[in-house]
Design a protein around this ligand. Sequence first.
Ligand code: ADP
Ligand code: TYD
Length: 211
Amino acid sequence: MAPASGAGRFITFEGIDGSGKSTQSRLLADTLERAGHEVVLTREPGGAPGAEEIRRLLVEGDPDRWSPETEILLFTAARRDHLERTILPAIDAGKLIISDRFADSTRVYQGATRGDLRALVDQLHGLMIGREPDLTLIIDMDPDTALERGLARSSGEDRFEDFGADFQHKLREGFLKLAQDFPDRTHVVDGNRAAEEIAADVARIVTDYLG
Ligand code: ADP
Ligand code: TYD
């Protein structure tokens, strides 16, 4: 997919909880910085002060704390703040922005797994966000291993891990389907390997994309 505007590029990592997105985002940022790029590393939910406050409401507490509809509104509010204050300014300044999750997570988590709310997710995205990444790396891996890794961290941010293993299996299917729906900008990367091996694949894909 051709870059949208300006010289900046917007790259995202997606995948189930514990799949290695944060690890790979950091490794890619290091690689690109060493190659002389100006990089902004960010994450969702969060990535701007207000959005980080909303993050706490979303990732902590009881799994049933919010209805799926309320969750979609909160994630979208956080994303709008992130877009306005972090993503668009970085793109306009010609930087490479790497985000650990973005709108594809809402499509999969809220849109496909907890009731058929995908149409609502897409409508709200069109109204309030209206921007897709230039390139998306989907880290695919065995949900049971990923769940063990994620829970082993015991970060206190386990609200979604607490939905259980079946939920993580559905999420994996959701991300693989998403890759089929957006073939131009998505690459599925096998996450069942050592972090360095995965990082080498990711670096190759991104370097090819950047030309
Ligand atoms: P995510 O951001 O997708 O939740 P993380 O990058 O935080 O995933 O990784 C989850 C846990 O698994 C962390 O403790 C991390 O150190 C570990 N981890 C990440 N990548 C690998 C890998 N390839 N092999 C084994 N453990 C990994
Ligand atoms: P994250 O910190 O990336 O979790 P992890 O490191 O476990 O992958 O994201 C926090 C949680 O929020 C995660 O369980 C996925 C969920 N989430 C959604 O449900 N919808 C969204 O739009 C986003 C961005 C995240």
